[in-house]
Write a protein that binds this ligand. Structure first.
Ligand code: GDP
Length: 456
């Protein structure tokens, strides 16, 4: 309507503001998530690094309350050697060779990959099993490293283990970049349990070197095994020394996060877990009778019983809380969001793909898509340049061949030409001779010789 035009009177509009009855329903999300997680189960990949005889098998069995020796084949000797070639395109050629462990292969199966050459003494054995507790399934894979530190010269003992951690990151990276993504299998190392010998002295150079090599690649949890052979005072001093040595070497241990707690007590418990590292643990699956007549898991001595599950006797409970009952999900999350992201980011920047500087960035789907595009483009560019090289090589080979056959043809042509010109010359000569003989006056015919009359 134009300005000044009188509008007919409009009926008054009534806007009703009412609350929609009922509810939207997203309050159920935690329940849905819970149901889904229970159905899917959880997986946990634990790397254990220990010298022989430090009590590793006993401790793992104590932790998961299961005889895992039969899983790893330690007693049954049924280890199946499996070498699996990395699927898909390897981002960096020749970094790991072709050997790798293959875990998560069906129930209760053992796998084993032997490293070669320089590191022949350290093996990587992976064994998986499913543990069920109150309807929750935990698919546990223990990655064992027999031979670590057992040789006379252990300088490079850590290398096959670091290679294994990297290999598992690479496999995950490959699966992420595949068109049909399957994230069901997460073979990355979620935690590394490092066994320290209960010497009551200091960490050995190999201990420090190993921790330095892995602390940025996996959640490092050091433990002093068989700690019942030390006195309480010795343990206190030993722990303090170890922490100092680790700090001096800038080695970072897994620190349980403090966020997400609303009560002071929980925050305190989390601090306590971190402060008590390295845990002085005792392992035993034997049931013994305690001083006050209870049946407990522990070790029995003439002077009394040491209870595994009693925090007044040893640090086993701390370890179980940190590794399983309190922070298993945190260990998995840190592996994925911090350690793997750092590895991935370094790998991509090695390929010349620019990353944002923050390693600890939150998951950003756009950013991820851009990175994937860059990664894909980098792969294509590499492929293209390889194809170009091959093409140029082929072309130059063909050119050389052609040049050669051209030269041959030329010389043959020359030869033929010379031959023909010789023949021509010879013919011309003959022709000349014939012509000159035809033009010359005919010589007088010789007198007929008289026939001798032999008929006479
Ligand atoms: P692994 O070679 O590292 O797997 O060690 P094992 O678990 O086979 O244990 C080697 C020996 O140490 C066995 O005789 C165990 O009974 C013993 N052992 C294991 N854990 C402890 C422990 O916490 N305290 C003591 N005193 N002995 C232990």
């Amino acid at each position: 309507p134009s300005v000044g035009q009188v509008l007919p009177e409009q009926p008054e509009l009534k806007i009703l503001r009412r609350k929609i009855p009922g509810f939207v329903g997203f309050a159920n999300l935690p329940k849905q998530w819970h149901r889904k997680s229970i159905r899917r189960g959880f997986n946990f990949n634990l790397l254990v690094v220990s010298q022989r005889g430090f009590g590793k098998s006993t401790l793992i069995n104590t932790l998961f309350n299961k005889d895992l020796d039969s899983v790893s084949g330690k007693n049954s000797g049924n280890n199946q050697a499996l070498t699996e070639k990395l699927e898909g395109v390897s981002l960096e050629d020749g970094e790991h060779g072709e050997n790798g462990s293959n875990n998560g292969i069906g129930n209760d199966e053992g796998s084993n990959s032997e490293t070669s050459g320089l590191h022949a003494s350290v093996k990587i054995n992976a064994a998986s099993t499913t543990i069920e507790e109150n309807g929750v399934n935990l698919r546990l894979t223990v990655i064992d490293t027999p031979g670590f530190g057992d040789a006379i010269d252990n300088t490079d003992s850590w290398k096959p283990i670091v290679d294994e951690i990297n290999l598992r990151f690479d496999q995950y990276l490959d699966s992420e970049n595949r068109i049909s993504r399957t994230f069901e299998e997460d073979n990355r190392i979620h935690a590394c349990l490092y066994f320290i010998e209960p010497t009551a002295h200091f960490l050995k150079p190999l201990d420090i070197e190993f921790c330095k090599q892995v602390h940025e690649k996996c959640n490092l949890i050091p433990i002093i095994s068989k700690s019942d052979i030390l006195t309480e005072e010795e343990i206190v001093v030993f722990k303090r020394r170890i922490r100092k040595q680790l700090e001096e070497a800038n080695i970072q241990l897994f620190q349980p996060p403090q966020y997400g707690f609303d009560d002071e007590e929980a925050i305190q418990a989390s601090h306590e877990l971190y402060d008590n590292m390295p845990y002085a643990v005792v392992g035993s699956t034997d049931v013994v009778i305690s001083k006050d007549g209870r049946q407990v898991r522990g070790r029995s001595y003439p002077w009394g019983v040491i209870e595994v599950d009693n925090s007044k006797h040893c640090d086993f409970v701390y370890l179980r809380d940190l590794l399983i009952s309190q922070y298993l999900e945190e260990l998995r999350e840190r592996t994925s969001k911090v350690l793997y992201e750092r590895y991935r980011s370094e790998k991509l920047s090695k390929l010349g793909i620019k990353q944002d500087n923050s390693v600890f960035r939150e998951f950003d789907p756009d950013m991820r898509q851009r990175e994937e595009k860059q990664l894909h483009e980098a792969k294509l560019a590499k492929l293209e340049s390889e194809m170009k090289t091959v093409f140029h090589q082929k072309v130059s080979e063909k050119e050389k061949k052609l040049q050669k056959s051209e030269a041959e043809l030329f010389s043959r042509h020359k030869e033929m030409k010379e031959k023909l010109s010789k023949q021509l010359k010879a013919l011309e000569e003959k022709k000349r001779q014939l012509e000159s003989s035809a033009n010359a006056p005919a010589p007088p015919s010789p007198a007929q010789p008289k026939k001798k009359g032999f008929l006479r």
